[in-house]
Design a protein around this ligand. Structure first.
Ligand SMILES: NC(=O)c1ccc[n+]([C@@H]2O[C@H](COP(=O)([O-])OP(=O)(O)OC[C@H]3O[C@@H](n4cnc5c(N)ncnc54)[C@H](OP(=O)(O)O)[C@@H]3O)[C@@H](O)[C@H]2O)c1
Length: 298
């Protein structure tokens, strides 16, 4: 029976290419996005490249936690195993916006939604062990700070780049705490910075300096795609490597720069901050702080 992976945010950018590469490895690829038409296109693209591949598109907006719950319910109803969850979907915005729950949008989409989804799917991953959780972060986490967690949650004194960096720091703290909580279950948790890929849609909502910065980076990358710059293909390779390779099978709680194990900012090692973020996140999405122990959907 083929291995099954759930890949979020596969309607554009890195995820779209990773969907094809995962199918190439023989995996059944379940993938998400917000646009049904784009989902259909990606499914056709994958099927054209790999006619034998199985897969399915799920439409979900990660700013809506009820929709995330519905996604977990559907995946659990449709498939009785899950070998890997790849938390790739992400956003960056220049203007402050909050979800219906009053949480700043970037923090909700980039951190709370994958936190919720992972915990709801953890029982299925545990039952399918060995299994993996891979979460996309960014080297920009180094500019992040969660010292004043409440102001990050509410998006006070909002700055788009700071909010993005904060959410990407949260991805690493989440991964480390998850790895510790899943220790001994056969489920690993790692996170990855995919390199700088200025050609994706990530900055479509950006304005001003962020837009200028990424346009300049895109120009540099097109002339010399070296050093910190990466192609979409190379970034997707890194995701696939972490989700499927034997070499990464027994690594957990680690931060990767593409395929290389690397050091994250020292604040990402703070056990007190890790615990505080976990407990606050659980409360914000309505889960017990003991997750992923037990089955929150039972
Ligand atoms: N590009 C870079 O240089 C870079 C660097 C470091 C880290 N990353 C990380 O890599 C990941 C992928 O980014 P990318 O560059 O490939 O960007 P992208 O082209 O914008 O793709 C992002 C994906 O996430 C989905 N998404 C965005 N907002 C969503 C929401 N509210 N609900 C559900 N899905 C949503 C998008 O779906 P829709 O098409 O429906 O919007 C899309 O499928 C992100 O986590 C990003 O932070 C990227």
């Amino acid at each position: 029976m083929s291995r099954i992976v759930l890949l979020t945010g596969a309607t554009s950018g890195i995820g779209r290419v990773a969907a094809r590469k995962l199918a190439e490895q023989g995996l059944t690829v379940l993938f998400t996005g917000r646009d049904r038409e784009a989902g259909r296109e990606v499914r056709s693209e994958v099927r054209r490249a790999h006619p034998e591949s199985d897969g399915e598109f799920y439409r979900v907006d990660f700013a809506d936690f009820d929709a995330v719950r519905e996604l977990a319910r559907e995946v659990r109803a449709d498939y009785d195993r899950l070998d890997a969850l790849v938390n790739n979907a992400g956003t960056s915005r220049s203007e402050r916006r909050t979800t219906e729950d009053g949480v700043e949008f970037t923090f909700a989409v980039n951190h709370l939604a994958p936190f919720l989804l992972t915990n709801l799917l953890a029982p299925r991953l545990r039952d399918s062990a060995p299994a993996r959780v891979v979460t996309m972060t960014s080297a920009l986490h180094e500019n992040g700070s969660l010292a004043d967690l409440e102001s990050v949650v509410r998006g006070e004194n909002f700055d788009g780049l700071d909010a993005y960096a904060d959410s990407k720091l949260a991805n690493i703290l989440f991964t480390r705490e998850l790895a510790a909580r899943l220790d001994g279950t056969g489920v690993t948790a790692n996170c990855v910075h995919p390199g700088w890929i200025p050609h994706t849609d990530l900055v479509r909502n950006a304005t001003g300096f962020s837009k200028l910065f990424t346009s300049a980076a895109a120009l540099v990358a097109s002339v010399a795609p070296i050093g910190p710059f990466e192609s979409v293909e190379g970034a997707a390779d890194a995701l696939v490597y972490l989700a499927t390779s034997d070499a990464a099978a027994n690594v957990s709680g680690a931060y990767f720069d593409r395929r290389e194990r690397s050091s994250a900012a020292s604040v990402a090692d703070d056990p007190e901050l890790r615990r505080r973020l976990w407990e606050r996140s659980a409360k914000l999405v309505g889960l017990p702080a003991s997750v992923p122990e037990g089955d929150p959907m039972a």
